[in-house]
Design a protein around this ligand. Structure first.
Ligand SMILES: Cc1cc2nc3c(=O)[nH]c(=O)nc-3n(C[C@H](O)[C@H](O)[C@H](O)COP(=O)(O)O)c2cc1C
Length: 274
C-alpha cells in the first residue's frame, strides 16, 4: 500500500570557496572519517561529494535521508558541529537545495499508462503542494513546437475560484484543484494561418496528467467548458485561449469505474504498416 510516509529527502549543498578550499574541505571530510560516520547514521541513504567540472571552486554534496526525523537527528548530532567547524576553517559559502522525493511511489512507465483513468467523483482530500509542484514541473518540461512555450497554466484552488469554475463547466466532479491550460496563438509556432498552440497545450496537459497518475493523484481531462465564461470569471487575457481543464485530487470512496476505460479499439484498427 502506498502511503504518505513513503518519501525520502534529498539535500544538495553547494560549497564554494577560493583557491581550491572547497575541494580541500571535501577531502578533509572524507579523510577524517566524518563522511563514513554520517553514512553509518540511522536513515542516511546517500552522502557523496561531486566536483562540478565547470566550476573549480565549488563542491556539491548530495545527501539523502529516509525521512525528516532522520534528518533532524543528524542536524542535532555532534558531526554537524564538526562540519560547521570545517566549513569555517575553509571559509566556504553554502547554498542549499532541498527536495522531497516520492521515489518509492514511482511506477514503471507502462504501469502509469495502464493505470491512468478518468475520475469523475473526488473526495475532499487536499492535494499536497509538493505533488502539485511536481505536476506543474512536468508541464514546464514538456516539448513545444520550436520550444516557443506559448503556455499559461492557471491553478484554481480557492473556494471563490472553484465557484467561478463551476459557472464555466459542469465537469469539476468535486475536485478541489483544477488547472486551466491556455495557449497563446501568437507566441506559438506558425505555419501560415495555422499555429501549434493547441498541440503545445495538449502535450503540456498530457505530461501533467501522467505525472499526476505517477504520484497517485487522480485526474480527468476536460474539454467541456464555456470559454467566454472562463475568460470573464478569471480575467484571462485575450492573447491566451483556454484549451483544456485538468481536474486533480483523490477519488471518492464510492467513485464509479469509468466503463469506457477498457473499451479501446484493437491495435490492428489503429495501426497500419506501410
Ligand atoms: C480531449 C479530451 C476531452 C475530454 N473531455 C471530457 C469532458 O469534457 N468531460 C468528461 O467527463 N470527460 C472528458 N474526457 C474524458 C474521456 O471521456 C475519457 O478519457 C475516455 O472516456 C476514456 O476513459 P479513460 O480516461 O478512463 O481511459 C476527455 C478526455 C479527453 C482526452
Amino acid at each position: 500500500m502506498r502511503g504518505d510516509e513513503v518519501m525520502s529527502l534529498t539535500i544538495n549543498i553547494y560549497y564554494t570557496g577560493q583557491n581550491g578550499s572547497a575541494k580541500k574541505f571535501a577531502e578533509e571530510m572524507m579523510l577524517s572519517g566524518l563522511v563514513d560516520k554520517i553514512r553509518a547514521e540511522e536513515g542516511n541513504e546517500k552522502y557523496e561529494y561531486f566536483f562540478p567540472m565547470e566550476d573549480e571552486e565549488t563542491v556539491m554534496l548530495i545527501d539523502r535521508w529516509k525521512n525528516q526525523e532522520a534528518l533532524d537527528i543528524h542536524h542535532k548530532s555532534e558531526m554537524m558541529k564538526e562540519i560547521a567547524n570545517l566549513r569555517n576553517k575553509y571559509g566556504l559559502k553554502m547554498r542549499v537545495e532541498k527536495f522531497k522525493e516520492w521515489e518509492d511511489w514511482k511506477m514503471e512507465f507502462e504501469e502509469i499508462i495502464r493505470k491512468r483513468t478518468s475520475v469523475r467523483k473526488y473526495s475532499d482530500k487536499k492535494l499536497e503542494q509538493e505533488k502539485l509542484d511536481k505536476i506543474l514541473e512536468a508541464g514546464r518540461l514538456a516539448p513545444t513546437a520550436k520550444n516557443s512555450q506559448p503556455i499559461k497554466i492557471y491553478v484554481v484552488q480557492s473556494a471563490d475560484g472553484l465557484n467561478k469554475l463551476d459557472k464555466a463547466s459542469r465537469c469539476r466532479y468535486g475536485a478541489n484543484t483544477v488547472l486551466i491550460i491556455c495557449g497563446n496563438k501568437e507566441e506559438a509556432y506558425h505555419k501560415g494561418a495555422y499555429t501549434t498552440y493547441e498541440m503545445d497545450s495538449c502535450i503540456v496537459a498530457t505530461h501533467m496528467m501522467l505525472e499526476a497518475t505517477n504520484l497517485d493523484v487522480d485526474n480527468i481531462w476536460i474539454e467541456s467548458f464555456d470559454e467566454n465564461i472562463l475568460r470573464e470569471e478569471f480575467n484571462i487575457p485575450t492573447e491566451y485561449t483556454p484549451v483544456c481543464l485538468l481536474q486533480l485530487g483523490y477519488k471518492a470512496e464510492d467513485c464509479p469505474v469509468n466503463p469506457l476505460h477498457d473499451k479501446r479499439k484493437n491495435i490492428e484498427d489503429l495501426v497500419e504498416y506501410k
